[in-house]
Ligand binder design. Structure first.
Ligand SMILES: *Cc1c(COP(=O)(O)O)cnc(C)c1O
Length: 377
């Protein structure tokens, strides 16, 4: 049972779609699937902008989302408070962009006024783009993208968003908030295996694309956009992953966006309440937890031992901490194809694990009771 922030669990009818024979990607049959998938991707992304599919992981989607709109030496503001946000500064540097940074300590949300201040200090509009991570998976913190996007719109730079663990988990109304480029990956909220990256592109971003001079070929979004208009792709796509995507999008439509967001919110609340009731400290502060993942910073037990017992005794895989958080936190993923029963199971197994490890901070059963209270409310 995977409770990590990607790859996430895959429903059986999606697995069955993967098991089909591949078909020719230049066939009419495949074009029909592309048309269906493209329309449903626009629905999921709440946008009229292009939603392009690339055969890449989430990082590839972000790289494509960054390199298509700038020229060497262009200044970009990278806003970061965790491992993924830091990566976008590294990508920008690798492509010879002039990187300025606004940060918050790991485990804390970005204060939108710090972004506003950095943009106010740029009256000449040297900053061409602002890169923001919405749900910072490494720490389980969600950033206030709506407010940050307002400050970026007021300045006029492009806003490029890592929505890898927020898309399909929490409301990201791309058109309403005016988000120029939004990137995500298939193994997160999409309920399909790794391998597809998604990038949305606004008309304003396409204007920037026309004059952008960073080198690009496989990641050049122009051919993907031309292809999408004809329900095709510039290169051989992972045909079976697209079958899987079609099946997953159908399930999402049947559930409904509001319901999907409500489910992730409920799972976040139940997990956080249970962790607190077990006497374990949450890593992300109240009101700033990600609906995709809950990070826990235990003090009475070893985070890696918790993961090890959960895996060995209960076959539940939790994520560990990255970089400086290694051994300090464990992370419970509740993203994508997760139901209330999965949360109760994970919490019950965690309580049993804690008692095996000699944790004395909470009354046995208190975690399950706290989760159940929220799940049955
Ligand atoms: C998973 C993830 C990514 C992408 O990682 P890949 O391994 O390249 O798919 C990017 N940003 C966030 C916030 C993520 O959680």
């Amino acid at each position: 049972m995977l409770m990590i922030p990607g790859p996430t669990p895959v429903p059986e009818n999606v697995l069955l779609a993967l098991a089909k024979h591949p078909i020719g990607h230049r066939s009419g049959e495949f074009s029909q699937i592309m048309a269906d998938v493209t329309a449903n991707l626009k629905w999921l992304h709440q946008t009229q902008n292009d939603v392009l599919m690339l055969t890449v992981s989430g990082t590839g989607a972000m790289e494509a989302g960054m390199i298509n709109f700038f020229s060497p030496g262009d200044r970009v503001l990278v806003v970061h408070n965790g491992k993924f946000g830091e990566r976008w500064a590294e990508v920008a540097q690798a492509f010879a962009l002039d990187v300025v940074e606004v940060t918050a300590p790991w485990g804390q949300p970005i204060d939108p006024t710090t972004v506003q201040a950095a943009l106010d200090a740029d009256p000449d509009k040297a900053i061409k783009g602002v890169i923001v991570t919405h749900s910072e998976t490494s720490t389980g913190v969600i950033n206030d993208l709506e407010t940050i996007s307002k400050h970026v719109k007021a300045h006029g730079a492009l806003i490029i968003v890592d929505a890898v663990t927020s898309l399909g988990a929490v409301n990201v109304p791309i058109d309403e908030w005016g988000l120029d480029v939004v990137c995500s990956g298939s193994q997160k909220g999409f309920m399909i295996p790794p391998g597809l990256g998604f990038v949305t592109v606004s008309p304003k971003a396409w204007e920037a694309y026309k004059v952008a001079k960073l080198p690009r070929f496989y990641m050049d979004l122009g051919p993907y956009s031309k292809g999408a208009a004809k329900n095709t792709t510039p290169f051989t796509p992972p045909v079976n992953l697209i079958f899987a995507l079609q099946a997953a999008l159908k399930m999402m439509k049947a559930e409904g966006l509001e319901q999907i967001f409500a489910r992730h919110h409920r799972h976040m609340l139940a997990t956080r309440a249970a962790v607190t009731a077990m006497g374990l400290p949450l890593y992300a502060p109240e009101g700033h937890g990600s609906p995709a993942i809950t990070a826990v910073a235990p003090t009475t037990v070893d985070a890696e031992q918790v993961r090890s017992v959960m895996k060995k005794k209960f076959d539940i895989v939790l994520a560990g901490g990255q970089d400086s958080l290694k051994g300090k936190i464990f992370r419970i993923g509740h993203l994508g194809f997760v139901c209330d029963r999965d949360i109760l199971t994970a919490i019950a197994a965690l309580e049993a694990t804690l008692s095996e490890l000699g944790h004395t901070g909470g009354t046995p059963g208190a975690g399950v009771a706290a989760a159940a209270k929220i799940l049955t409310a």
